[in-house]
Design a protein around this ligand. Structure first.
Ligand code: UD1
Ligand code: CA
Length: 451
């Protein structure tokens, strides 16, 4: 049986924020949620140590395996882990993780746990060019781990060591319990250092299994906004690489952002500066042009999303084209072989197959059939100042440019609406309906002269 202890009680002063550090986000997901998600497949129970802003942290994170543990005063990492001791079983393997190290990979955890099962204790370190600030790994003449010395307690010689403690370790519950009781605060910070259990274990003849992480990125800690932005880029690049290896074409992976989940078929292409949010699904051969934002949407085969378009919580049919500069607002469904052109806004509406709304229109709360053509500048007037009303446009209708359809209103099958009409009553099938003044010419009219 494995369990985890995740340290999340610190304030994170260097973030200079009202929000708890562990509730900052990478890929629009809380730092702590990243750690929970990677750990949950490896452990039966997660004990999360909270202190600062504990209520908001608890309510933000969702996972059934969590046991929240309060550390009232932050007296050090050793003291933090100690709070979870009542929940740790003697013969379990206990994995210690940090809520501000969100990029840790599943296979690293697996390896660390495996080594802990064999040796009783395993420790994850990494070699850094600039080890400043971290605890240094001290090894004996045989290269075995001897102890960890914190930056503030280190001697000149220790400070030259480039192998540092990631903080992440795994060990038997019985050993953890025993060694935590021996911690003292006789150090530069007057804290209970978790790292001191390494030296105590070595004195107890435990052979600590060393695991040197190949990637410094994976174990980077987030302490300030600069590191947060670095973690975001690393996360996005890793995700982009995974997508590319599954066949997604990215014009520039460094200008690609997916803040959520993306599924895609074959031969999809994503141009630069596209942001995906939430859960999105692309069919086969979809093209997303530059500067689009796609959120919680489904886009069909062969669809083309032209530049600068925004699609939110909507479904786009196959072989349909959207944009440039289109805004598809929530609860919209566009059918197959349809077209939504530039400066068109559609909200809470359905548009069936082979229909066109090519330029400068607002369509809200509407049901639009197939083979409908909506001219430039058409507006569905869905709001009377108090309530929203529905517009229906049946199959084959043609709405002339610059018309207003004052809802509730229905336009019949194959009906034609003359350009510039304000339609306030239902228009019948197959007929032309116009509502504009007759054109007249005034013969004797003269243009005024400038005085
Ligand atoms: C710690 C390690 C150091 C390691 C570094 C890696 C110790 C003594 N030092 O140092 O060897 O190189 O991590 O990043 O462990 N926390 C609590 N309660 C506390 C204190 C801390 O929950 O009382 C949490 C913090 O919120 C944070 C984590 O523990 O998530 C690490 O604490 P921090 O003070 O940042 O440790 P470092 O000084 O970075
Ligand atoms: Ca500290």
């Amino acid at each position: 049986m494995n369990n985890a202890i995740i340290l999340a009680a610190g304030q994170g002063k260097r973030m200079k924020s009202q929000t708890s550090k562990v509730l900052h986000k990478v890929g629009n997901k809380y730092l702590l949620q990243h750690v929970v998600d990677v750990a949950k497949n490896h452990v039966e129970k997660m004990n999360i140590i909270v202190g600062h802003n504990s209520q908001s942290v608890k309510s933000a994170i969702t996972e059934s395996k969590i046991n929240w543990v309060l550390q009232e005063k932050q007296l050090g990492t050793g003291h933090a882990v100690k709070q979870a001791i009542p929940f740790i079983e003697e013969n379990s393997i206990c994995l210690i993780l940090y809520a501000d190290v969100p990029l840790l990979q599943s296979k690293t955890i697996e390896e660390l746990l495996k080594k802990a099962r064999t040796n009783g204790f395993s420790l994850l370190s990494v070699v850094l060019n600039d080890p400043f600030g971290y605890g240094r790994i001290i090894r004996d003449t045989n290269g075995l781990i001897k102890s960890i010395v914190e930056q503030k307690d280190a001697s000149e010689t220790d400070l030259k060591i480039k192998e540092i403690n990631t903080g992440i370790m795994a060990l038997k519950g019985s050993l953890l319990k025993k060694y935590l009781n021996e911690l003292k605060t006789n150090n530069a910070q007057g804290e209970f250092y978790l790292t001191d259990i390494v030296e105590i274990a070595v004195k107890d003849n435990v052979n600590i299994a060393s695991f040197i992480c190949e990637s410094a990125d994976e174990v980077m800690g987030i302490n300030d906004k600069k590191q947060l932005s670095q973690a975001e880029r690393l996360y996005q690049m890793k995700q982009a690489e995974n997508f590319m290896s599954s066949g997604l074409t990215l014009m520039d992976p460094s200008r690609f952002d997916c803040r959520g989940n993306l599924k895609f078929g074959d031969d999809c292409t994503i141009d630069i500066n596209v942001v995906f949010e939430g859960d999105n699904v692309l069919g086969n051969n979809v093209l997303i042009s530059p500067n689009c934002i796609i959120k919680d949407s489904k886009i069909g085969d062969n669809a083309v999303i032209l530049p600068n378009s925004i699609i939110e919580n909507s479904t786009i049919g196959s072989s349909t084209s959207i944009g440039p500069f289109a805004r598809i607002r929530p609860d919209t469904t566009i059918g197959n072989h349809s077209k939504v052109g530039n400066f068109v806004e559609i909200k809470k509406s359905s548009v069936s197959n082979n229909s066109k709304i090519s330029h400068l229109s607002y369509v809200g709360d509407s049901k639009i059939g197939s083979d409908v053509n909506i001219g430039a500048g058409v507006i569905t007037c869905n709001y009377d100042g108090s309530n929203k009303h529905q517009t229906e446009i049946k199959d084959g209708a043609f709405i002339g440019s610059n018309s207003q359809l004052v809802a509730p209103v229905s336009i019949g099958k194959n009906a034609t609406i003359g350009a510039g009409s304000t339609i306030t009553q239902n228009a019948p099938d197959n007929k032309l309906t116009v509502s504009r003044n007759k054109q007249s010419t005034i013969d004797k009219w003269k243009r005024p002269q400038k005085k």
